[in-house]
Structure formats: structure tokens, C-alpha cells
Write a protein that binds this ligand. Structure first.
Ligand code: CTP
Length: 396
């Protein structure tokens, strides 16, 4: 499964380091090339000789060789790897990774690495539950790093609870899944729209909506992680794409979003319209700021182009088109009618009636409905997890 894959392992000073020789053996057995970088403190828990014998590669600890001054390039190692697994990650290294501190070869390699990063925190119960640890993990997740969550169990201190590093067999399974998934959309172009649109009333005012863009951005990150070339057309949001495989086209109005989607659609294999596009725009925006007049102000609105319906009319054999629906009554039947009317292959029904779902939240609860009527109810999950469920349903 892992033949020819280049895997860099980073070990820090935690008792769980004793599990890494087994992880290296498992990875080597699957055909992977393995290199190890470790912090000076990690040497107290597992010897460089054990690691170099198992990996059949020299183990790097210091930035340069003190005897002859030769330099161990963190940049080269970071670029060599297809994946960088930092395991175990102590609370100290976790904090350094989250704040960009590069004071040893392992942390400088982390900063230089261009490949996907997995990190496996391992520490005592109370350290794991400290708010700063939670914050640092969240920061790394926001960088697109993958968490290998610690398990509950007996800890080296004798305490029992969360903090125990995941077992090597389970880490191997995650890495196998990762490489499998990272190929499922390779060679495909995926077009995704996200966020709100702003319709100008005058140069300083607009009609907008509360969409944060989080769902569309999560879909874009997930599609890119599966190897797709992603074009993300986004209205005004406070988010930035992390994955280098995402090309962002920033737009403001529904008309600009339509232009961008129409020109990218022809060459797209999969299109997902997650944007909250304005249904109405200001018919005649004022060229200068509108002054108070003491009377009622009437603004005439005209309907915007329905981007999704237009794409549905233009859809060719082999193209997959998905939309979102927000309904307040007869939710499923209204969503299914929308799917049929707009010639879609899938519609994702958003729930407005559930706490923690919809605009602005990091979580969502949806029902995925396919053109053949098959329904999948997805319980409340992070938007990242919902994105994975949606793309699994599309890409398998
Ligand atoms: N959509 C679109 N262009 C528009 C309006 C909506 O492409 N001008 C897309 C949205 O991105 C979403 C889907 O249509 O994927 C459904 O949006 P929704 O607001 O639920 O439905 P509408 O089709 O606008 O119908 P209504 O608001 O009347 O329910």
C-alpha cells in the first residue's frame, strides 16, 4: 500500500516515543521509505541507533555536525517527504509548532515542510486538558494539519484518561487511508462556490447575508486533499484557502459570481454551489452615497440569475452538479423539487431548525439527497467532517 511513499517521522521527548520503532517497522513492511528527525530530548526515550537501524537511514538531531560543520538541511528533509508524522508531540513542541518557534531541527523542519502533516499529541491528562493545549491543537488544525487524537487509558504517571498516544497499527491505518483518499480525485477539476454575495445600494452600503463561507471552504480543502485541482469562487469572507491545490477567485456580487462560475464550469468535472447567492439585486445602485431625505426610501430590486439552474441547463454528460438548499417547511420534498428543477445530481439540505447548524457555526447538520431519491441524514458534525461525507458520496 505504501510502496515508494516517503515518510518523515518527527519524535519529541515523551514516553510514547517507545512506540515509534514499531511504527517504523510497520511502515517499512508496507514498502515506505522512512527517515527520522528527533529533538535532543527524545534521545532520552528512544535511541538514535534503534531508529537508524530500523529505518536504514541516518537519524537527524542537530542542525549541523559539530565535528565537521556539515549542515543538515531542514528544507531538504521537509521537501523530501510525502507526509510528515510528528509522533509523539509533547506539550512543549505542540506550543512551538502553534507559534512558529523554530529552535531545533525538528521544529525548523516542521516550518519548512510543504507536505501534509500529521501530529500525535502525547502528554499527561492535566496537561492535555489545559486550555493552552486545546488552543494549540485548534491552531494546528486551522493550518490544515491532521490530528492523530490521543486515546483514553492508563498514562505513564499512573493517572487514567486522555493523553495516551494512538497505537502504531492505528497510525498506520490513518496513513494508508490518507494516501488512498488523496488519489480519489486526482486529475479532476472541482468548482466550488462559497460565502455570501453583496449587492450594492450605493458606494458604501449593500444587501448581504450571514453566510460565513465555512462550508464551501471546507469542501474546497477536502477536494484538494483528494488530489483535485480546485477552483473556489468566493464572496466576501474572512477565510483563506490553505491547500496549494486551491485557486481562489474572489468576487463581491451575484453577477460577478455568475461570470466566474460560468467561465470555469465548462472544464469542471464536479461543481458544488455552496454559496448563499442573493436572489435579488439592486436594480439601479446610486452612484453617490444616498442622503437622508426625511421620507421613506424605496429601493427597487430585480431578480439575479440563478447560477445553479443555468449550470444545470448547460450540464454535459459526465459532469456532476450539486447544490445546497435551505428550506423552512416541507424541507425534503422542497429540496427534491429543487434538485429536479435545476437538473442536479445531488442536493444538500441544510437544517435551520437545529442548534449549532447553519450560518456562522463551525458545525452543520444536513441531509444529502441524490437524483435517484436516496437520502443520507448526516447528524451534527464539524463542517470539515460534513465536507468529507459529501465528497465521499460524490467520489466514493
Ligand atoms: N443559487 C444560485 N444562484 C442564485 C440563487 C441560488 O446558484 N441566484 C444556488 C445556491 O448556491 C444553492 C441553491 O441555488 O446551491 C439553492 O439556494 P436556495 O437559496 O436554497 O434556493 P433558491 O433556488 O434561491 O430558491 P428559494 O430561495 O426560492 O428557496
Amino acid at each position: 500500500m505504501l510502496k515508494g511513499k516517503k515518510i518523515l517521522i518527527g519524535i519529541t521527548g515523551s514516553i510514547a516515543a517507545y512506540k515509534i520503532p514499531l511504527l517504523i517497522r510497520l511502515l517499512k513492511k508496507e514498502g515506505a521509505e522512512v527517515k527520522v528527525v528527533m529533538t535532543p530530548c527524545a534521545k532520552d526515550f528512544v535511541t538514535p541507533l534503534t531508529l537508524s537501524t530500523l529505518s536504514q537511514q541516518p537519524v537527524l538531531i542537530e542542525p549541523y555536525d559539530k565535528t565537521d560543520g556539515s549542515w543538515n538541511s531542514h528544507v531538504d528533509w521537509g521537501r523530501w517527504a510525502d507526509v510528515f508524522i510528528l509522533a509523539p508531540v509533547s506539550a512543549n513542541t505542540l506550543a512551538k509548532m502553534a507559534s512558529g518557534i523554530a529552535d531545533n531541527l525538528l521544529t525548523t523542519t516542521y516550518l519548512a515542510a510543504k507536505c501534509p502533516v500529521f501530529f500525535a499529541p502525547a502528554m499527561d491528562l492535566d496537561m492535555f486538558h489545559h486550555p493552552t493545549t486545546r488552543k494549540n491543537i485548534d491552531t494546528l488544525l486551522s493550518y490544515g494539519n491532521h490530528l492523530i487524537a490521543p486515546q483514553e487509558g492508563e498514562l505513564a504517571s499512573g493517572l487514567c484518561g486522555a493523553g495516551r498516544m494512538e497505537e502504531p497499527e492505528e497510525i498506520l491505518r490513518m496513513i494508508r487511508d490518507f494516501f488512498f483518499i488523496s488519489n480519489t480525485l486526482s486529475g479532476k477539476k472541482v468548482l466550488i462556490s462559497a460565502g455570501p454575495t453583496y449587492e450594492l445600494i450605493d458606494p458604501v452600503r449593500f444587501i448581504g447575508n450571514f453566510s460565513s463561507g465555512k462550508m464551501g471552504f471546507a469542501l474546497a480543502e477536502d477536494a484538494a486533499a483528494r488530489g483535485a485541482q480546485v477552483v473556489l469562487v468566493s464572496g466576501p469572507v474572512d477565510l483563506k484557502p490553505m491547500h496549494p491545490g486551491i485557486r481562489l477567485i474572489s468576487v463581491t456580487s451575484a453577477a460577478q459570481m455568475a461570470d466566474a462560475c460560468f467561465s470555469e464550469f465548462k472544464s469542471s468535472d464536479i461543481t458544488i454551489m455552496a454559496a448563499a447567492v442573493a436572489d435579488y439585486t439592486v436594480a439601479d445602485p446610486a452612484p453617490a452615497k444616498i442622503k437622508k431625505s426625511g421620507n421613506k426610501l424605496m429601493i427597487e430590486l430585480s431578480e439575479t440569475t440563478d447560477i445553479l439552474a443555468t449550470l444545470g441547463k448547460r450540464k454535459q454528460e459526465g459532469q456532476f452538479l450539486a447544490g445546497f438548499a435551505l428550506e423552512t417547511d416541507n424541507e425534503k420534498s422542497n429540496a427534491f423539487s429543487k434538485l429536479k428543477n435545476k437538473n442536479l445530481d445531488m442536493i444538500v439540505l441544510n437544517s435551520l431548525n437545529d442548534q449549532g447548524a447553519g450560518f456562522g457555526y463551525d458545525t452543520n447538520k444536513v441531509t444529502i439527497i441524490m437524483a435517484n431519491g436516496a437520502e443520507t441524514e448526516v447528524p451534527l458534525k464539524s463542517k470539515k467532517d460534513i465536507a468529507a461525507v459529501i465528497l465521499n458520496a460524490i467520489a466514493g
